[in-house]
Design a binder for this molecule. Structure first.
Ligand SMILES: Nc1ncnc2c1ncn2[C@@H]1O[C@H](COP(=O)(O)OP(=O)(O)OP(=O)(O)O)[C@@H](O)[C@H]1O
Ligand SMILES: [Mg+2]
Length: 385
């Protein structure tokens, strides 16, 4: 999804780059936002993040973590108590929303019901004082890009949810923004429409390789599919930021591990000699990185698909336990195994005769498949089923 990965030529519907085109790239510089009469509720705390020109950054985090607030700070709908917001390297903290050159799409379409599709799309252009003669062409261009050209004369109530969301996207794109802010744009759509729209967004991004996109979602699949990088928010703070692969393979926190993909999180003690960890009385071999304190607690993270059934042999870490649940998931079986009271999930492929609840089994994982993160959140690291 990076500009470099996109085709060199933009699609036919893409507007030509112009000198007057709004700058792209977003920077949060130590931004704090607080609500309450005395600003006592901090909902975004010392937030630092850079979205490069042409980059898609997903903001991922649980409800109430501050994702929409971060977006609203970029859009200019909320004023930070501290810090600066920069767009295209320019400090926009004091600018009103319509002067920031951003397009925004929110969760509930928010189209004007009494206006036709074309009028909805023209709205931002008028607010921006685009010369009157240019407006029809710009509206047509934006509707073309989102596949809604045939619906220009309809009212929102005559459109499906997916079509309404395309119009909302067309409205955001009409002003040829340098920055596109998308706040859970697919959450009101059903699963099938969602995956279609996800592919559409990926295509649009290829056609507009210079636009920076900040994409808020709860949904890790959306984040993993679309984003060049993911920023993980929890309780008003940025907890982690990296490419999807980095966060998946090398999460820095147990929270990230459980929020991106599913993780087994086990409370362990790092052995004093740094050769591995102890889970209760059980010795496990895992790589212990430089910065990890010897002799103290940590959380061991290993993905269920990297946990195998059976003994791991000399190099693998073998964990005997009792099966508590077996779920058939098509390509795999999800086994829940209780190991000394700790829940260990194993996603096992091609299991002709799966074990049954109550059976005693051994599961294993290779040392290199485990990651140690600071102690915290353990147990059920499956936020997504
Ligand atoms: N106008 C407001 N006045 C007071 N508190 C607010 C206001 N807007 C948001 N908040 C609070 O700020 C916190 C963060 O809200 P925000 O909308 O940014 O969360 P979010 O991560 O987008 O959540 P969700 O995933 O549910 O949309 C919440 O605790 C919310 O109640
Ligand atoms: Mg929100």
């Amino acid at each position: 999804m990076r500009a470099a990965a996109a085709p060199a030529t933009a699609g036919p519907a893409a507007p030509a780059a112009e000198p007057g085109r709004p700058a792209s790239g977003i920077r949060f510089d130590d931004v704090s936002v607080a609500y309450g009469r005395h600003g006592e509720h901090t909902v975004l705390d010392s937030f630092d993040l850079t979205v490069e020109p042409g980059e898609v950054m997903a903001l991922l985090g649980p409800s109430g973590s501050g994702k929409t607030t971060a977006l609203r700070a970029v859009a200019g709908f909320v004023r930070p108590a501290r810090g600066r917001v920069l767009i295209g390297g320019r400090d926009v903290t004091g600018l009103p929303p319509y002067r920031r050159g951003i397009g925004m799409v929110v969760q509930q379409y928010a189209l004007f019901p009494h206006m036709k599709v074309s009028e909805n799309v023209a709205f931002g252009l008028k607010a921006q004082k685009t010369p009157r003669a240019e407006i029809p062409g710009r509206v047509a261009e934006a509707l073309e890009m989102t596949g809604m050209a045939a619906y220009a004369g309809r009212h929102p109530r005559e459109l499906s949810g997916g079509q309404q969301q395309r119009v909302a996207l067309a409205r955001a794109l009409a002003i040829r923004p340098g920055v596109l802010l998308l706040d859970e744009p697919l959450s009101a759509l059903d699963t099938q429409l969602r995956s279609g729209m996800l592919a559409e967004l990926a295509r649009l991004h290829r056609e507009l390789p210079d636009v920076s996109i900040l994409y808020v979602t709860h949904d890790q699949i959306e984040a993993l599919t679309l984003a060049d990088r993911i920023a993980v928010l929890e309780s008003a703070r940025l907890r982690d930021c990296g490419t999807p692969q980095e966060l998946y393979r090398r999460p820095r926190t147990a929270f990230t591990a459980s929020f991106i993909g599913t993780a087994n999180l086990l409370p362990v003690t790092v052995r004093a000699d740094g050769t591995g960890v102890d889970l209760g009385g059980r010795r496990l071999t895992v790589p212990v990185a430089e910065g990890v304190a010897r002799g103290s607690g940590a959380t061991l993270c290993v993905r269920p698909h990297l946990v195998g059934l059976g003994d791991g042999g000399a190099t693998g870490n073998s964990l005997p336990g009792k099966v508590t649940e077996v779920q058939w998931r098509g390509a795999t079986h999800r086994l829940d195994v209780s190991v000394d009271g700790h829940r260990v999930m194993a996603d096992v492929r091609e299991l002709r005769t799966p074990p049954a609840p109550g059976d005693t089994v051994t599961v294993h994982f290779a040392p290199e498949d485990a990651v140690l993160v600071p102690a915290g959140l353990t147990g059920d690291g499956d936020h997504h089923g």
